[in-house]
Design a binder for this molecule. Structure first.
Ligand code: AMP
Ligand code: MN
Ligand code: MN
Length: 353
């Protein structure tokens, strides 16, 4: 069991009480900085089925702590993904060992619910302090110290501020990891939470010496051919409902096996649905081997909050991008989830008078 040496404290209100745009100010970073400087052995963890933000944030913080002379383990249930293996010092990030280890400090990054750490959580036998750094509105603020900034478009923005405000080591490798994380979580600096501030951070990262063209090519122009074949399969079964305001497609286990795709291949494909004029909500269903269905949802408007919809099914995320895992068949998940989505979109589209 992890001990509670520090009083459990939320530095920003997470979960249901949170207001979009809540920002925690410097004293919180000072407290985290104090903990980082004062301990030696760290576990840096991220959510299952990781994305660029989770992996980039984990590596960036790990490299900074390593440069500070700390001992770090960087674990993710899925290990490093093939498509992000170009990230500087990617080899530091591994699958967790089967024998749990003890730490001074365990840090969860970009992880809305603690159990989304999966086997990485189980690999931490004990930690004197748990730190939770995230930007998801559904994060309840678990851990001894929780820093939740729902206005941040990426967890990596928070890591950047933490490093800069505390004078922690910073170099080009760290900058590249942070840039990759911010670029992917903002949809290449497009999503609504992308601010002038985000571009200022990007500018500082570029000044640290990274090559934007090269990094963007590695991120966006280096997909395996099978990803496009997967897109073809998904487009073949896409459907539009609710006056074409709701678009969805599904991936069966059988199709995934036939195409030889990896789970990481589908990241971002849902954006093709959201990009269609008139579509308000896009939904992607993926049949999983464990008898569950992974649901991924995107919205174009705050008026249709997909985080709230996903929370009804035990998931969470952000107002405009969220997910859940449902037990049952693909057909059952499609029926239940699309009914809920269509109801919400109908209520939004109905004339108010
Ligand atoms: P995805 O559709 O998998 O890209 O996820 C969209 C957002 O929702 C991400 O920020 C995820 O971290 C979050 N999310 C996805 N699935 C879940 C889940 N089962 N529980 C909580 N948050 C989730
Ligand atoms: Mn993430
Ligand atoms: Mn994120």
């Amino acid at each position: 069991m992890r001990s509670k040496r520090l009083p459990r404290r939320r530095l920003a209100e997470g979960g249901l009480g949170v207001e979009d745009g809540d920002v925690v100010t410097t004293p919180a970073f000072e407290e985290i900085g104090h903990i980082l400087r004062g301990h030696q052995r760290f576990a840096i963890l991220g959510h299952v089925r990781p994305d660029g933000d989770a992996l980039g944030s984990q590596l960036a913080l790990a490299l900074s702590l390593q440069a500070l002379g700390k001992e770090v383990r960087v674990w993710n249930e899925d290990g490093m993904l093939e498509k992000y293996s170009f990230l500087p010092r990617a080899e530091l990030l591994t699958k967790p060992p089967s024998t749990p280890e003890d730490f001074d400090v365990a840090i969860a990054l970009d992880t809305a619910i603690q159990n989304r750490l999966g086997t990485a959580l189980a690999a931490v036998r004990s930690a004197k302090i748990w730190i939770n750094i995230d930007h998801h509105i559904s994060n309840p603020g678990y851990g001894n110290v929780a820093y939740i900034d729902t206005s941040a478009p990426a967890t990596a923005e928070i890591i950047f501020h933490l490093i800069k405000s505390q004078g922690l080591p910073f170099n080009r490798d760290i900058a590249e990891n942070l840039y990759a994380a911010i670029s992917t979580d903002t949809g290449s600096f497009q999503y609504p939470k992308t601010s002038a501030h985000t571009f200022e951070i990007a500018a500082e990262l570029i000044r640290a010496g990274l090559d934007v063209g090269r990094l963007s090519q590695q991120l966006y122009e280096n997909y395996p051919r099978r990803r496009l074949e997967l897109l073809r399969e998904l487009l073949r079964n896409m459907r539009f409902q609710q006056e074409s305001h709701v678009a969805s497609f599904s991936l069966t286990l059988k199709a995934a096996a036939e195409l030889g795709v990896l789970p990481e291949d589908n990241e971002g494909l849902i954006d093709h649905l959201r990009a269609v004029r008139g579509v308000i909500v896009a939904v992607f269903f993926e049949e999983l081997a464990d008898g569950k269905v992974r649901v991924s949802m995107r919205s174009k408007t705050d008026a249709v909050d997909v985080c709230a919809i996903c929370q009804k099914f035990g998931g969470g995320g952000h107002t405009l991008a969220a997910g859940a895992r449902l037990r049952g068949t693909l057909r059952e998940a499609e029926e239940q989830v699309l009914k809920e989505v269509c109801d919400k979109v109908a209520a939004h589209s109905a004339p108010s008078s």
